[in-house]
Ligand binder design. Structure first.
Ligand code: FE2
Length: 464
């Protein structure tokens, strides 16, 4: 048996490939499916099933594409309704794959169709449980996403309590838990940075499995302090229930090179967004006027989903050379399928052609701290998350969280100069770029963010 976890950091997501005696399954595939097909071909196995633990909210899965290309059967748990063909499994149903088997355990709570897959080895011994968003390492999935008029967040939390106690806690301690997400995902509150663990260890350390916890306590714990879900979540859920453009088509269109004159004409069209995905340093040095920055080297896809309000937004890209396909694929992972192409030759060609650029001022953390001490910094703002801000921040520096940038920008005055910092200098540039595109033109990025500020801070500056 081969068992492999493909962990994608940008989405904090785990996909699984398990093969035995000529057959394989893929659990919760990402949008781009060629890597799984290539892997199965390299191992000389046929992909028999695609198991989905539930309809994901935070990424668009490629299960329909994968099923089309491989003839594998898509499997979902009870209560699932889709516009494509799939096998609706019942609780306890067994799927044979080579010499191993999987039993579907219906575990409603995170969503009503949520299910786990229990792997038994060649000898019938329970080995692993693929838990989706039912059980994470150190946490469980949020119970609010599937709430509707006749099913409250509390009802869902109650279902999750029952599912964990009825179907997961009784399993042997030595099985390994493989979840769909890890730290950084917006699908839970408090996930560990580990991407797998034994069930026994989780029983000891995961608050949600504590034997003394009552259902009321569990519901109260799960329903307090949940951040509002990112705006793209409901859209990704509906894409996962339907049939979407093939990833090949999306990548083909998005990787069209666009010549400078055409790019320039598109860049000033109202319904086209210029997205610069290079580094913060490259972006601040020179970009195409009006461009937004969301760098590939960060939580790219979740920020795209959280900040670009229209999932069908037409996007033209400024990418690092050679990373065009990666950019388009990573947009498509969260359902942004409408990339029209990229700037042919990149910023270098644009500058060489003598086209106008937009630059952004940076200030070092030392200068910033020094300036604050002398009260010479105009309008410093912090764009981290409320949780980070509440842990520690500079006294009297207000919070304008990037998570709700569009609402926050409305509170800013176009006549002011804003000095913007986040934790490390990635989110501040995103915030500044969006603010600038909406008329807040005087923005200065604090390099290195709060981490650098803390280092540069002398006693005079008060951090609270
Ligand atoms: Fe989920």
């Amino acid at each position: 048996m081969i068992l492999e976890q493909y962990y994608t950091k940008c989405l904090a997501q785990g996909t699984y490939y398990i093969a035995s005696a000529g057959e394989a399954v893929i659990i919760d595939p990402l949008r781009e499916v060629q890597p799984y097909i290539d892997r199965a071909a390299a191992d000389g196995v046929t992909i028999k099933y695609i198991f989905l633990t539930h309809f994901h909210a935070d990424f668009v899965s490629g299960h329909v594409d994968l099923a089309d290309k491989t003839d594998a059967t898509i499997v979902l748990g009870p209560n699932a309704v889709t516009s494509y063909a799939f096998a609706k499994a019942e609780h306890g149903q067994i799927f044979q794959v080579g010499d191993i088997s999987f039993e579907l355990l219906h575990t409603p709570g995170h969503t009503m169709e949520s299910s786990c897959y229990l792997l038994r080895d060649e000898h019938g011994k329970e080995k692993a449980l693929f838990t989706g968003d039912t059980l994470f390492i150190g946490d469980v999935g949020r119970p609010d996403l599937a709430a509707k008029s006749d099913l409250s967040t509390e009802d869902l939390a109650g279902h999750l309590y029952d599912s964990l106690r009825k179907h997961i806690i009784p399993l042997p301690d030595d099985i390994i838990i493989y979840p769909a997400h890890g730290a950084g995902s917006a699908c839970g509150k408090n996930m560990s940075s580990e991407t797998s663990d034994s069930l026994g260890n989780q029983k000891k350390t995961n608050y949600a499995l504590a034997p003394e916890m009552t259902k009321e306590e569990f519901i109260a714990e799960l329903t307090t302090g949940i951040a509002a879900p990112p705006a793209y979540f409901p859209k990704n859920v509906s894409m996962n229930k339907g049939v979407n453009s093939s990833i090949d088509e999306v990548v083909r269109r998005g990787t069209t090179p666009i010549k400078i004159a055409a790019f320039k004409a598109l860049s000033v069209e109202e319904d086209v967004l210029v997205l610069d995905v290079r580094s913060p340093q490259e972006f601040t040095k020179a970009t195409v006027p009006g461009a937004w920055f969301i760098g590939l080297d960060g939580q790219f896809a979740p920020w795209v989903g959280a900040l670009i309000e229209d999932i069908d937004q037409k996007i033209i890209l400024i990418t690092p050379p050679g990373r065009e396909e990666e950019s388009v694929t990573r947009l498509a992972r969260v359902g942004y399928d409408n990339a029209l192409g990229y700037l042919d030759g990149g910023m270098e060609a644009w500058i060489e052609a003598g086209e106008g650029v937009e630059t952004m001022s940076n200030i070092s953390a030392q200068e910033f701290v020094h300036g604050l001490e002398k009260q010479a910094i105009e309008h410093p703002i912090d764009v981290r998350k409320p949780g980070e801000y509440n842990t520690s921040h500079i006294a009297d520096v207000p919070l304008h969280s990037l998570d709700e940038v569009h609402r926050q920008i409305e509170k800013l005055n176009p006549n002011n100069t804003y000095h913007i910092h986040c934790a490390g200098g990635y989110r501040s540039v995103i915030f500044a770029s969006i603010a600038r595109s909406k008329g807040i033109s005087k923005v200065i990025n604090v390099e290195g963010g709060y981490a650098a500020i803390k280092k540069a801070t002398r006693k005079q500056l008060e951090l609270t």
